[in-house]
Ligand binder design. Structure first.
Ligand SMILES: Cc1cc2nc3c(=O)[nH]c(=O)nc-3n(C[C@H](O)[C@H](O)[C@H](O)COP(=O)(O)OP(=O)(O)OC[C@H]3O[C@@H](n4cnc5c(N)ncnc54)[C@H](O)[C@@H]3O)c2cc1C
Length: 267
């Protein structure tokens, strides 16, 4: 079996959201100075899911794929240290500022080029933009089934079995491979690599493909080809008004509160 795990590198998600600024005119998020990039939380759980399948079937090949700048090699290497076999970096200036459809197009085109991929694993959502659409988009473009938000994953005789997390419980669903699965945090913590695994990463191959390698160009990846337009990016204003009830005694304060609520037609 050949599994491809899609991992995204994002600004450190441990940093409080309030320390990020929004440039409304450029429609950009401005991280605080010195913020480091790390693997997206759910994606390392996706790598863990692939490793659990590899534990069951050791001849499974796991390719770690990431689209982004050269620095994304860090996240690929961390995933390889967990037990991935090969890395694939999709790197090109044309891959900057893509919308979800273009992202899914790049990732699905790379998966087609890899050939004989049985299973694609994504995180349930990337922890920066939180759109949760890439996995389903890849599945749509490949014409494969998408089983989403899994808390456990199994492959039985070419059938993918995913236990899905619902608002009020769980459901178990199946699909024939090849398929796409997205993985949620309920699966469990990603494993810590052993020192020996970290040392072995140097020997593992990371292939780099550009847009030209994928046969993609500006006509598919440029601003005119976006399916989604970012209309506005802003921090919502939340105003909380607090009024203290006047009164000499608790009873008088309660009467004043009741009067206010009645005036506001709340009681
Ligand atoms: C006009 C416009 C401008 C934008 N500009 C920017 C921008 O400047 N910078 C920016 O970062 N975003 C930008 N975005 C957001 C960008 O479109 C989203 O990143 C994209 O839609 C996917 O959403 P997501 O990142 O929430 O991923 P999700 O759909 O939540 O990701 C789900 C899963 O897909 C996989 N995945 C996602 N991204 C990657 C990746 N790069 N490599 C490998 N696997 C991946 C992971 O497994 C991840 O868990 C812009 C969007 C628009 C519309």
């Amino acid at each position: 079996m050949h599994i491809v795990v899609c991992v995204k590198q994002v600004p450190d998600w441990d940093i409080p959201p309030s320390s990020f600024k929004i440039d409304e005119s450029l429609k950009q998020v401005v991280p605080p100075p010195g913020v480091v990039d790390v693997p997206s939380q759910f994606d390392m759980i996706g790598v863990e899911a692939a490793m659990l399948l590899k534990d069951e079937a050791p001849d499974t090949k796991v390719t770690i794929m990431s689209m982004g700048p050269e620095a994304v090699q860090d996240t690929i290497k961390k995933s390889l240290a967990m037990g991935g076999d090969e890395g694939l970096l999709l790197n090109d200036t044309l891959f900057e500022d893509l919308d979800w459809y273009q992202l899914a197009l790049v990732l699905s085109t790379a998966i087609k080029k890899l050939e004989s991929v049985d299973l694609v694993i994504c995180g349930r959502q990337a922890v920066d933009w939180d759109m949760g659409v890439a996995g389903s988009g890849i599945a749509e473009l490949l014409g494969w089934p998408a089983l989403t938000i899994g808390k456990s994953i199994k492959v039985n005789d070419g059938t993918l079995v995913l236990e899905r997390v619902l608002m009020d419980g769980f459901e178990t669903v199946e699909a024939q491979l090849p398929a796409v699965a997205t993985i949620s945090n309920e699966l469990g913590e990603p494993r810590y690599p052993k020192l020996q695994q970290i040392m072995q990463v140097k020997k593992k191959q990371v292939t780099v493909w550009s847009a030209a390698d994928l046969g993609l160009d500006d006509s598919q990846l440029g601003a005119d080809a976006r399916k989604m337009t970012l209309e506005r990016l802003y921090v919502p204003v939340t105003a909380v008004e607090c009024e203290f009830m006047e009164g000499d005694t608790p009873e008088e304060k309660a009467q004043n509160l009741a009067k206010k609520l009645a005036e506001a037609k709340l009681i």
